[in-house]
Design a protein around this ligand. Structure first.
Ligand SMILES: Nc1ncnc2c1ncn2[C@@H]1O[C@H](COP(=O)(O)OP(=O)(O)O)[C@@H](O)[C@H]1O
Ligand SMILES: [Mg+2]
Length: 314
Protein backbone atom coordinates (compact mmCIF):
# COMPACT_ATOMS: atom_id res chain seq x y z
CA UNK A 1 0.00 0.00 0.00
CA UNK A 2 0.96 3.61 -0.35
CA UNK A 3 2.17 5.01 -3.65
CA UNK A 4 5.66 5.60 -5.04
CA UNK A 5 6.82 9.05 -6.16
CA UNK A 6 9.48 9.03 -8.90
CA UNK A 7 11.22 12.38 -9.31
CA UNK A 8 13.56 12.89 -12.24
CA UNK A 9 15.89 15.82 -13.01
CA UNK A 10 13.65 18.32 -11.21
CA UNK A 11 14.80 21.93 -11.49
CA UNK A 12 13.19 25.09 -10.14
CA UNK A 13 14.16 28.75 -10.22
CA UNK A 14 12.22 31.84 -9.16
CA UNK A 15 13.37 34.47 -11.68
CA UNK A 16 17.16 34.42 -11.48
CA UNK A 17 17.24 32.60 -8.14
CA UNK A 18 17.92 28.89 -8.72
CA UNK A 19 16.33 26.89 -5.88
CA UNK A 20 17.54 23.40 -6.83
CA UNK A 21 18.64 21.64 -10.01
CA UNK A 22 18.51 18.06 -11.27
CA UNK A 23 16.89 16.54 -8.21
CA UNK A 24 16.27 12.84 -8.93
CA UNK A 25 15.03 10.31 -6.40
CA UNK A 26 12.39 7.64 -5.92
CA UNK A 27 10.40 7.85 -2.72
CA UNK A 28 9.42 4.23 -2.04
CA UNK A 29 5.78 3.27 -1.52
CA UNK A 30 4.67 2.79 2.07
CA UNK A 31 8.02 3.79 3.57
CA UNK A 32 8.96 6.79 5.70
CA UNK A 33 11.41 9.16 4.01
CA UNK A 34 12.90 12.31 5.51
CA UNK A 35 14.27 15.17 3.44
CA UNK A 36 16.76 17.12 5.47
CA UNK A 37 18.37 20.43 4.61
CA UNK A 38 19.34 23.82 6.01
CA UNK A 39 16.66 26.53 6.15
CA UNK A 40 16.07 28.17 2.80
CA UNK A 41 17.30 25.25 0.67
CA UNK A 42 13.89 24.82 -0.93
CA UNK A 43 12.41 21.97 1.10
CA UNK A 44 8.97 23.56 1.22
CA UNK A 45 9.21 24.43 -2.48
CA UNK A 46 9.98 20.76 -3.12
CA UNK A 47 6.87 19.60 -1.24
CA UNK A 48 4.75 22.15 -3.09
CA UNK A 49 6.13 20.89 -6.41
CA UNK A 50 5.13 17.34 -5.47
CA UNK A 51 1.49 18.33 -5.09
CA UNK A 52 1.52 20.60 -8.13
CA UNK A 53 1.20 23.88 -6.23
CA UNK A 54 4.48 25.02 -7.80
CA UNK A 55 5.44 24.15 -11.38
CA UNK A 56 9.07 23.07 -11.81
CA UNK A 57 11.01 24.47 -14.77
CA UNK A 58 12.30 21.05 -15.86
CA UNK A 59 11.95 17.42 -14.91
CA UNK A 60 9.14 15.07 -14.04
CA UNK A 61 7.26 13.77 -10.98
CA UNK A 62 5.60 10.47 -11.75
CA UNK A 63 2.81 9.20 -9.52
CA UNK A 64 0.80 6.22 -10.71
CA UNK A 65 1.77 7.00 -14.30
CA UNK A 66 0.81 10.69 -14.18
CA UNK A 67 3.47 13.38 -14.42
CA UNK A 68 2.51 16.07 -11.90
CA UNK A 69 4.93 18.49 -13.55
CA UNK A 70 3.11 18.48 -16.88
CA UNK A 71 -0.38 17.01 -16.45
CA UNK A 72 -3.69 18.83 -16.98
CA UNK A 73 -5.49 20.64 -14.15
CA UNK A 74 -8.12 17.91 -14.27
CA UNK A 75 -5.56 15.10 -13.77
CA UNK A 76 -3.88 17.14 -11.05
CA UNK A 77 -7.20 17.46 -9.24
CA UNK A 78 -7.57 13.66 -9.29
CA UNK A 79 -3.98 12.94 -8.25
CA UNK A 80 -4.22 15.39 -5.34
CA UNK A 81 -6.83 13.13 -3.77
CA UNK A 82 -3.97 10.71 -3.00
CA UNK A 83 -2.26 13.30 -0.81
CA UNK A 84 -2.60 14.45 2.75
CA UNK A 85 -0.51 17.47 3.64
CA UNK A 86 0.53 18.91 6.98
CA UNK A 87 1.88 22.41 6.36
CA UNK A 88 4.50 23.97 8.60
CA UNK A 89 2.13 26.09 10.70
CA UNK A 90 -0.69 23.55 10.75
CA UNK A 91 -2.67 25.93 8.53
CA UNK A 92 -5.83 25.67 10.64
CA UNK A 93 -8.77 28.04 10.18
CA UNK A 94 -8.53 30.20 13.31
CA UNK A 95 -12.24 30.84 13.70
CA UNK A 96 -13.27 27.16 13.41
CA UNK A 97 -12.98 24.68 16.24
CA UNK A 98 -10.85 21.58 15.75
CA UNK A 99 -13.86 19.44 14.85
CA UNK A 100 -14.86 21.73 11.97
CA UNK A 101 -11.26 22.12 10.85
CA UNK A 102 -10.82 18.36 10.63
CA UNK A 103 -14.25 17.88 9.04
CA UNK A 104 -13.53 20.55 6.40
CA UNK A 105 -12.01 18.33 3.65
CA UNK A 106 -14.85 15.81 4.08
CA UNK A 107 -17.50 18.51 3.68
CA UNK A 108 -15.64 19.96 0.65
CA UNK A 109 -14.70 16.80 -1.20
CA UNK A 110 -17.16 14.06 -0.26
CA UNK A 111 -20.90 13.55 -0.16
CA UNK A 112 -20.80 12.00 3.29
CA UNK A 113 -23.64 12.73 5.71
CA UNK A 114 -22.90 14.63 8.92
CA UNK A 115 -23.14 11.43 10.93
CA UNK A 116 -20.64 9.66 8.62
CA UNK A 117 -18.38 12.72 8.87
CA UNK A 118 -18.61 12.54 12.64
CA UNK A 119 -17.37 8.92 12.63
CA UNK A 120 -14.35 9.78 10.47
CA UNK A 121 -13.47 12.94 12.42
CA UNK A 122 -13.63 11.14 15.77
CA UNK A 123 -11.57 8.21 14.43
CA UNK A 124 -8.80 10.54 13.20
CA UNK A 125 -8.90 12.69 16.36
CA UNK A 126 -8.41 9.45 18.29
CA UNK A 127 -5.51 8.38 16.03
CA UNK A 128 -3.60 11.59 16.82
CA UNK A 129 -4.48 11.56 20.52
CA UNK A 130 -6.84 14.55 20.47
CA UNK A 131 -10.13 12.96 21.47
CA UNK A 132 -11.95 15.39 23.77
CA UNK A 133 -10.40 18.52 22.24
CA UNK A 134 -12.94 18.86 19.38
CA UNK A 135 -14.46 22.10 20.70
CA UNK A 136 -11.18 23.95 21.14
CA UNK A 137 -10.17 26.77 18.81
CA UNK A 138 -6.69 26.54 17.22
CA UNK A 139 -5.62 29.63 19.19
CA UNK A 140 -6.49 27.98 22.52
CA UNK A 141 -4.17 25.00 22.20
CA UNK A 142 -0.40 24.40 22.18
CA UNK A 143 1.69 24.23 19.02
CA UNK A 144 2.06 20.49 19.46
CA UNK A 145 -1.72 20.00 19.61
CA UNK A 146 -2.18 22.24 16.56
CA UNK A 147 0.18 20.00 14.61
CA UNK A 148 -1.74 16.93 15.73
CA UNK A 149 -4.98 18.56 14.62
CA UNK A 150 -3.40 19.41 11.27
CA UNK A 151 -2.35 15.79 11.01
CA UNK A 152 -5.89 14.57 11.76
CA UNK A 153 -7.15 16.82 8.98
CA UNK A 154 -4.47 15.49 6.60
CA UNK A 155 -5.71 11.97 7.35
CA UNK A 156 -9.47 12.34 6.83
CA UNK A 157 -9.43 11.49 3.13
CA UNK A 158 -7.32 8.35 3.79
CA UNK A 159 -4.23 9.53 1.87
CA UNK A 160 -1.82 7.19 0.08
CA UNK A 161 0.90 9.82 0.47
CA UNK A 162 1.42 12.02 3.51
CA UNK A 163 3.61 15.11 3.14
CA UNK A 164 4.71 16.75 6.36
CA UNK A 165 6.56 20.09 6.49
CA UNK A 166 8.79 20.73 9.52
CA UNK A 167 6.68 18.93 12.13
CA UNK A 168 9.26 19.81 14.77
CA UNK A 169 9.41 23.57 14.14
CA UNK A 170 8.46 25.43 17.30
CA UNK A 171 8.21 22.26 19.39
CA UNK A 172 10.39 21.42 22.38
CA UNK A 173 12.46 18.20 22.23
CA UNK A 174 9.96 16.19 24.28
CA UNK A 175 6.99 17.17 22.11
CA UNK A 176 9.12 16.48 19.04
CA UNK A 177 9.78 12.96 20.35
CA UNK A 178 6.04 12.43 20.86
CA UNK A 179 5.14 13.55 17.36
CA UNK A 180 7.95 11.43 15.88
CA UNK A 181 6.57 8.38 17.68
CA UNK A 182 3.15 9.29 16.34
CA UNK A 183 4.49 9.21 12.75
CA UNK A 184 5.91 5.73 13.30
CA UNK A 185 2.64 4.49 14.82
CA UNK A 186 0.58 6.09 12.03
CA UNK A 187 2.75 4.58 9.31
CA UNK A 188 2.23 1.17 10.88
CA UNK A 189 -1.53 1.69 10.89
CA UNK A 190 -2.28 3.41 7.59
CA UNK A 191 0.64 2.10 5.53
CA UNK A 192 0.88 5.26 3.40
CA UNK A 193 4.04 6.75 1.87
CA UNK A 194 5.41 9.37 4.29
CA UNK A 195 7.67 12.25 3.30
CA UNK A 196 8.77 14.44 6.19
CA UNK A 197 10.77 17.59 5.55
CA UNK A 198 12.85 18.92 8.43
CA UNK A 199 16.13 20.43 9.54
CA UNK A 200 15.99 18.53 12.83
CA UNK A 201 18.86 16.07 12.91
CA UNK A 202 17.42 13.96 15.70
CA UNK A 203 14.23 13.37 13.70
CA UNK A 204 16.36 12.51 10.66
CA UNK A 205 18.50 10.07 12.65
CA UNK A 206 15.71 8.14 14.36
CA UNK A 207 12.49 8.23 12.31
CA UNK A 208 12.90 7.38 8.62
CA UNK A 209 13.56 4.32 6.52
CA UNK A 210 15.18 6.59 3.92
CA UNK A 211 16.99 9.86 4.25
CA UNK A 212 17.88 12.62 1.79
CA UNK A 213 19.86 15.82 2.12
CA UNK A 214 19.14 18.93 0.07
CA UNK A 215 22.16 21.17 0.16
CA UNK A 216 23.49 24.00 -1.97
CA UNK A 217 20.84 23.71 -4.68
CA UNK A 218 21.31 19.98 -5.12
CA UNK A 219 20.25 16.70 -3.66
CA UNK A 220 23.50 15.70 -1.96
CA UNK A 221 22.34 12.11 -1.35
CA UNK A 222 19.20 10.01 -0.93
CA UNK A 223 19.14 6.45 0.31
CA UNK A 224 18.62 4.10 3.20
CA UNK A 225 19.09 5.78 6.60
CA UNK A 226 22.03 3.51 7.40
CA UNK A 227 23.69 4.54 4.14
CA UNK A 228 23.59 8.25 5.00
CA UNK A 229 24.33 7.81 8.69
CA UNK A 230 27.49 5.85 7.89
CA UNK A 231 28.49 8.08 4.95
CA UNK A 232 31.93 9.68 4.81
CA UNK A 233 30.78 12.13 2.12
CA UNK A 234 31.85 15.48 3.65
CA UNK A 235 28.58 17.45 3.30
CA UNK A 236 26.37 14.54 4.41
CA UNK A 237 28.69 13.70 7.27
CA UNK A 238 28.97 17.28 8.49
CA UNK A 239 25.26 18.01 8.32
CA UNK A 240 23.98 14.76 9.83
CA UNK A 241 26.39 15.05 12.71
CA UNK A 242 26.05 18.80 13.30
CA UNK A 243 29.78 19.43 12.99
CA UNK A 244 31.60 22.69 12.28
CA UNK A 245 34.51 21.05 10.44
CA UNK A 246 33.60 20.43 6.80
CA UNK A 247 32.52 22.21 3.64
CA UNK A 248 29.41 23.89 5.13
CA UNK A 249 30.07 27.35 6.56
CA UNK A 250 28.09 29.72 8.77
CA UNK A 251 25.88 31.02 5.96
CA UNK A 252 26.87 29.15 2.79
CA UNK A 253 29.77 27.08 1.55
CA UNK A 254 33.15 27.84 3.11
CA UNK A 255 35.59 29.59 0.80
CA UNK A 256 39.03 28.25 -0.17
CA UNK A 257 40.79 30.14 2.65
CA UNK A 258 38.45 28.79 5.29
CA UNK A 259 38.85 25.25 3.99
CA UNK A 260 42.64 25.61 3.86
CA UNK A 261 42.67 26.85 7.44
CA UNK A 262 41.04 23.64 8.67
CA UNK A 263 42.84 21.18 6.40
CA UNK A 264 44.78 19.78 9.35
CA UNK A 265 41.70 19.40 11.51
CA UNK A 266 40.24 15.95 11.54
CA UNK A 267 36.52 15.43 11.32
CA UNK A 268 35.28 13.95 14.59
CA UNK A 269 34.51 10.21 14.35
CA UNK A 270 31.03 9.28 13.15
CA UNK A 271 28.71 8.79 16.12
CA UNK A 272 26.97 5.42 16.49
CA UNK A 273 23.79 4.94 14.45
CA UNK A 274 20.80 5.00 16.77
CA UNK A 275 18.10 2.34 16.64
CA UNK A 276 15.15 3.42 14.51
CA UNK A 277 11.97 4.22 16.45
CA UNK A 278 9.51 1.31 16.44
CA UNK A 279 5.71 1.29 16.77
CA UNK A 280 4.67 1.63 20.39
CA UNK A 281 2.55 -1.54 20.21
CA UNK A 282 5.68 -3.54 19.34
CA UNK A 283 4.34 -4.84 16.01
CA UNK A 284 6.89 -4.01 13.27
CA UNK A 285 5.96 -1.78 10.34
CA UNK A 286 5.90 -3.42 6.90
CA UNK A 287 8.85 -1.35 5.66
CA UNK A 288 10.89 -1.75 8.83
CA UNK A 289 14.16 -3.63 8.33
CA UNK A 290 16.27 -5.24 11.04
CA UNK A 291 18.90 -2.87 12.49
CA UNK A 292 22.20 -3.10 10.59
CA UNK A 293 20.74 -5.10 7.69
CA UNK A 294 21.51 -2.46 5.06
CA UNK A 295 25.10 -2.18 6.33
CA UNK A 296 25.58 -5.97 6.25
CA UNK A 297 24.10 -6.34 2.78
CA UNK A 298 26.29 -3.56 1.44
CA UNK A 299 29.52 -4.47 3.19
CA UNK A 300 29.57 -1.23 5.20
CA UNK A 301 30.97 -1.24 8.72
CA UNK A 302 28.75 1.01 10.86
CA UNK A 303 30.39 3.29 13.45
CA UNK A 304 31.27 1.44 16.69
CA UNK A 305 28.37 1.18 19.16
CA UNK A 306 25.71 1.43 16.44
CA UNK A 307 22.27 -0.17 16.89
CA UNK A 308 22.50 -0.38 20.66
CA UNK A 309 19.99 1.27 23.04
CA UNK A 310 22.83 3.52 24.26
CA UNK A 311 23.34 4.91 20.74
CA UNK A 312 20.02 6.74 20.97
CA UNK A 313 21.33 9.04 23.69
CA UNK A 314 24.52 10.11 21.92
N1 LIG B 1 6.49 31.58 -4.36
C1 LIG B 1 7.78 31.97 -4.29
N2 LIG B 1 8.24 32.97 -5.07
C2 LIG B 1 9.55 33.36 -5.02
N3 LIG B 1 10.46 32.81 -4.19
C3 LIG B 1 10.06 31.82 -3.38
C4 LIG B 1 8.70 31.34 -3.38
N4 LIG B 1 8.59 30.34 -2.48
C5 LIG B 1 9.82 30.20 -1.94
N5 LIG B 1 10.71 31.07 -2.47
C6 LIG B 1 12.14 31.16 -2.16
O1 LIG B 1 12.70 29.87 -2.31
C7 LIG B 1 13.73 29.65 -1.36
C8 LIG B 1 13.49 28.32 -0.64
O2 LIG B 1 12.35 28.46 0.20
P1 LIG B 1 11.74 27.28 1.07
O3 LIG B 1 11.37 26.14 0.21
O4 LIG B 1 10.66 27.88 1.89
O5 LIG B 1 12.98 26.85 2.00
P2 LIG B 1 12.97 25.81 3.23
O6 LIG B 1 11.60 25.22 3.33
O7 LIG B 1 14.03 24.79 2.89
O8 LIG B 1 13.38 26.59 4.43
C9 LIG B 1 13.73 30.85 -0.43
O9 LIG B 1 14.78 31.70 -0.82
C10 LIG B 1 12.39 31.51 -0.71
O10 LIG B 1 12.45 32.88 -0.52
MG1 LIG C 1 10.16 25.31 4.78
Amino acid sequence: MGVEIAVDSLTKAFGKQLIWADVSLTIPAGEISVMLGPSGTGKSVFLKALIGLIKPDRGSILIEGTDIASCSEKDLYEIRKLFGVLFQDGAMFGSMNLYDNVAFPLREHTKKSESQIRDVVMEKMDLVGLLGAEDKLPGEISGGMRKRAGLARALVLDPEILLIDEPDSGLDPVRTSFINQLFIDLNAQIDATFLIVTHDINTARTVPDNLGLLYHKHLAMFGHREQLLSSEEPVVRQFLNAQTVGPIGMSEEKDADELAAEKDLHMPPLPPIALQLEPSNGIPRKSQRPPGEWCRENGVTPPPGSFTPEAALS
